[in-house]
Design a protein around this ligand. Structure first.
Ligand code: ZN
Ligand code: ZN
Length: 418
């Protein structure tokens, strides 16, 4: 599921929770308690005012969960507030300590953290904390003094110095020999359910309803059948699976997809006889289902298409381009010769859809740090630029020829673009 999601970075997996996946236990060693928990909660969902919630969780909150408002401001929700957690605190709040040398801090900051350092570091200290005590911003003193986002700092340290070097943003900084000592509690972002606390609550006999109510205050547990099931609408060549509320947008999308399919002419024969399109209840659900970061509007696996909620795409004015973009992927991916690199496919699609390369982010997650998104946008913009240049020189029809049957000069040109 993770393959290709880090293509712009040049590798397949990262060592963060971003690329972790759930492996269901094999039948023979299935855990009885786990199976029981799954059975008792099957078909239940958590909702607020009739809408599914984004049920975030982290490994260990260190005694107090973080509010989404302070970690990811545009995911703020009344049920994602900071709550005291006496349950995980019982196992010593998972205290941790990490010494990091000035050499390493300087290296990480120079390689990964914006803004760019102005000369050697004289000091680094906590500037601002949120209501749960987590560090929000740091200040680095060089020849000037600059503010640093605590999330960006932690992700950069973990990327460069190893997964979980800084386990959370719940820490204090002390001066040590040749560097700084970070003393903290907890593991992970701290938003939503705390796995350690929930585990402890379960151990002492508290039921799942009360556990969920503790970490997601104000939500209600409802049957998934209560109207939120996916519905299906089909046209001649497409089959749309969608939440009921999106029906009007689905009808328009089907019409649009059919007309785009017609425009493909004979190339439409490369599409599966009926393309299945799935749209999701929320951005969170889209992320979980596709493994894509939240700023991506759609994805495909070569046969079917997954989309963010249509209402989200519509409100950003990118519903049609997204549909066209993913449809073109299904065709172009199949035509692309082995020797033609992936960026060419992306650039060609961006060119044909007339897309701008910088869509606004939908949701920041651990995965979508500003740098990761910026990198992806830069590589998309570059791909588009190269393809557009080729189209200017040789016309649009040549794009298809290079895609399917590149000559040796075409291949030289593609290679020269690295
Ligand atoms: Zn906790
Ligand atoms: Zn694409």
């Amino acid at each position: 599921a993770s393959r290709g999601r880090h293509r712009p970075d040049g590798y397949d997996f990262c060592s963060l929770t971003h690329c972790q996946f759930f492996r269901p236990p094999l039948a023979q060693d299935a855990n009885v308690a786990l199976a029981d928990a799954v059975n008792r909660t099957a078909g239940l969902v958590l909702k607020v005012q009739g809408k599914l919630i984004d049920a975030y969780y982290s490994a260990h909150c260190g005694g107090r969960t973080a509010s989404a408002a302070s970690v990811w401001p545009d995911r703020a929700a009344p049920y994602l507030t900071s709550v005291l957690d006496p349950y995980c605190a019982r196992d010593g709040q998972r205290a941790w300590q990490q010494a990091i040398s000035w050499t390493n801090i300087t290296r990480v900051m120079n390689e990964d953290v914006v803004p760019i350092l102005q000369g050697p570091i004289h000091d680094l200290f906590v500037e601002q904390k949120d209501d749960s005590g987590r560090v929000r911003t740091l200040r680095v003193v060089t020849s000037t003094s600059q503010r640093i986002d605590a999330n960006a700092f932690r992700y950069a340290i973990n990327r460069r110095l190893g997964w979980n070097t800084l386990k959370s943003n719940l820490y204090k900084i002390y001066h040590g020999e040749g560097g700084l000592i970070f003393r903290g509690r907890g593991l992970g972002h701290g938003v939503g359910l705390c796995q350690a606390g929930a585990d402890h609550m379960g151990q002492i006999g508290i039921g799942f309803e009360a556990i969920l109510a503790h970490y997601f205050p104000g939500t209600s547990l409802e049957s998934a059948d209560g109207g939120e099931r996916r519905r299906v609408l089909s046209s001649a060549h497409f089959e749309f699976h969608f939440p009921a509320a999106e029906e009007p947008l689905v009808e328009r999308s089907l019409e649009y997809l059919e007309s785009e399919r017609t425009k493909l002419g004979t190339r439409s024969r490369l599409l599966p006889p009926r393309v299945s399109v799935r749209t999701h209840f929320s951005t969170g659900e889209f992320i979980r289902a596709t493994g894509q970061p939240g700023w991506v509007s759609g994805s495909n696996d070569g046969r079917s298409i997954d989309l963010q909620p249509l209402s989200v795409l519509e409100s950003r004015g990118i519903l049609r381009t997204t549909l066209r973009h993913e449809l073109l992927h299904l065709v172009i991916h199949r035509l692309r010769a082995c020797a033609v690199p992936g960026w060419y496919e992306e650039g060609m699609i961006l060119y044909l859809t007339g897309q701008k390369v910088s869509p606004p982010p939908v949701i920041p997650t651990e995965a979508s740090t500003p740098t990761a998104r910026a990198k992806m946008e830069t590589s998309y913009a570059l791909a588009l630029e190269r393809v557009a240049e080729l189209a200017r020189r040789r016309g649009e029809e040549a794009l298809w020829q290079v895609l399917e049957h590149p000559t040796s000069e075409d291949l030289d040109w593609l290679k020269a673009q690295r």
